[in-house]
Ligand binder design. Structure first.
Ligand code: NOJ
Length: 557
């Protein structure tokens, strides 16, 4: 019997600070989430993933944790968290937490202890090293951080540097220290015993650093990354977490895995004793409109996107398991990237069906279901995110103009994903009765939940239909093969899902201009049932049709 429930769920991601403010202080919180549980359930999703909701000084908005066993007071406390957890469970939804253990906050007690002296028991929880050169004033190696200049920060009292692969306020934990791994297991147990259903593990492919921390090839950012991405003990440590804790619970773990390749993903997610994660987040398909990172834009390439999706579908199929997503808190809004703001609803529906009908577990990021789009930042002062400031500083350091730099920031910043959710057309988009902590997108009067609730053809209601379709066709979605057709097309993304006699043909058009779609060999479209679409009046002529902008048709046979 199939009991891998994680294969049938749809996950909704909440970045709580911008979701809904329940107590009127301008910051989204768990009271707001509690109020919206029925809304979340109404989408048809089965699971909520909370981006970090623990105490934090917010240098990376929660991804710098100062206490792993509590709730950020800006969001509430353990009592309201338990109410949310119970409320979700009562509605048949599971809840997973973000586990951020590549690093802590510098405000975490372990770090405070660790910097007291080099014989403090917590000193070896982190990577403290003497500097190089005369008087030890040069950092221990040439690594650059992802978020804030050099990867080493000097501590005068200790006359040592600590490693931070991300921001200065995010010191890396030394996972080679068995005591640190015991701490991680304790954290896992703490939340699982409270009743949470699993974890999304932040940058889990970074947790093991190469011995000796050797220099890396010089780059403008992240020099040295090859010495900690997919490091030597990553699998071993994940296996330990699984064997000692996770395997004892009916839980679910998805690993965020920048720069992971498919072979490694297979090693981690293939079912059986060796499986250490249920699935991973890959990044390849998120680079179809940029070069390596979001701040170096290139024209959107449908072929690049299709190739990335198909590679993962074809390789993971039948052995491991894919996670499917097109938005999260780290990327600009997808309609503004891969779709069209002009044809927002149409392209939003096409994008939704395109990724959610593949094999894997789909994730939806807050606001994606109503087609929230990018906003505009007039100056870097309007941005609060450490990574965005870092990108800005690097461009400026290389003497790019203010205008050029802000253009790149506006293209790539993850701040677009962090504007408050647009609930209705009242002041502050119904997000808060106070002053929102971050700017509300000006288009909230046109794009909001309340409006779309009242419109049968809205994107919001399309997501509901799509999720319901997945449920009604659970076996086909789970087990059906994936086969891409018309691979070289620059206008269509076409694939089929087949299981026995059942067949689904997904035809997603990515062009504003009319194109002719001719049914692939062996298909008689007039015999299929049109199950999902984004225009009415879907005619066929000689087994073909002329598309309207971003037209979607999904036929079932
Ligand atoms: C990945 C998270 O998704 C991102 O938001 C965060 O800034 C980094 N990891 C560092 O924790």
């Amino acid at each position: 019997m199939h009991n891998k429930w994680y294969k049938d769920v749809v996950v909704y991601q909440i970045w709580a600070r911008s979701f809904c403010d329940g107590n009127g202080d301008g910051i989204g919180d768990l009271y707001g989430v509690y109020d919206k549980l029925d809304y979340i359930k109404s989408l048809g999703v089965d699971m909520i993933w909370f981006s970090p909701i623990y105490p934090t000084p917010n240098c990376d908005y929660g991804y710098d944790i100062s206490d792993y066993r509590n709730i950020n007071p800006e969001f509430g406390d353990l009592e309201i968290f338990k109410k949310v957890l119970d409320g979700a469970h009562e509605r048949g939804m599971k809840v997973i937490m973000d586990l951020v253990v590549n690093h802590t906050s510098t405000e975490h007690e372990w770090f405070k202890q660790s910097k007291k002296s080099d014989d403090n028991p917590y000193h070896d929880y982190y990577f403290w090293r003497k500097g190089r050169g005369k008087n030890g004033k040069n950092p221990p190696n040439n690594w650059l951080s992802m978020f804030e200049g050099g990867a080493w920060e000097y501590n005068e009292d200790l006359a040592e540097y600590y490693l931070h692969v991300f921001a200065v306020g995010q010191p890396d934990l030394n996972m080679d220290n068995p005591k640190v791994r015991e701490e991680v297991k304790g954290i896992l147990k703490f939340w699982l015993d409270m009743g949470v259903d699993g974890f999304r593990e932040d940058v889990i492919t970074f947790i093991s650093k190469k011995e000796g921390l050797p220099n890396g090839f010089p780059l403008p950012v992240a020099t040295g990354y090859k010495n900690y991405v997919n490091g030597p003990h990553t699998y071993e440590y994940l296996k330990e977490f699984k064997d000692d804790v996770l395997s004892k619970y009916d839980c679910f773990v998805v690993g965020e895995s920048p720069m992971v390749n498919m072979q490694r993903a297979l090693q981690y997610t293939t079912e059986g004793d060796g499986q250490v994660l249920q699935m991973m987040f890959s990044f390849d398909h998120m680079c179809a409109d940029c070069f390596m990172i979001d701040y170096i834009p290139t024209p959107f390439s449908l072929r690049k996107m299709k190739k990335a999706f198909s590679n993962w579908q074809n390789t993971i199929n039948g052995t491991g398991w894919n996670s499917l997503y097109i938005e999260n808190h780290d990327h600009a809004r997808i309609i503004s990237r891969y779709g069209s703001e002009k044809y927002r609803t149409e392209s939003g529906k096409t994008l939704a069906a395109m990724y959610m009908l593949q094999q894997g577990t789909p994730y939806i990021y807050q606001g994606q279901e109503i087609g929230m789009t990018n906003t505009h930042f007039n100056s870097i002062d309007e941005c609060l995110d450490v990574a965005t400031h870092n990108a800005y500083n690097i461009f400026r350091k290389f003497r790019f103009s203010e205008k050029f730099t802000m253009d790149k920031i506006n293209k790539g910043t993850r701040e677009h994903a962090r504007t408050p959710v647009q609930w209705d057309d009242s002041e502050n988009a119904g997000f808060s009765s106070g002053t929102p902590w971050f700017k509300v997108n000006e288009n909230y009067k046109q794009i909001n939940v309340a409006d779309q609730e009242n419109d049968e053809n809205s994107l919001l209601n399309f997501y509901r239909k799509l999720i319901a379709f997945r449920k009604d066709n659970a076996v086909l979605m789970r087990e059906g093969s994936y086969n891409e057709l018309m691979k070289s097309s620059k206008k269509f993304y076409v694939y089929e899902r087949i299981l026995g006699d059942e067949k689904l043909l997904v035809v997603a058009n990515f062009s504003e201009k009319p194109c002719t779609f001719k049914a692939p060999d062996g298909y008689d479209l007039s015999k299929g049932e049109l199950v999902l679409y984004n225009y009415s009046d879907n005619k066929l002529e000689n087994n073909s049709y002329t598309t309207r902008p971003y037209e979607l048709r999904v036929y079932k046979f």
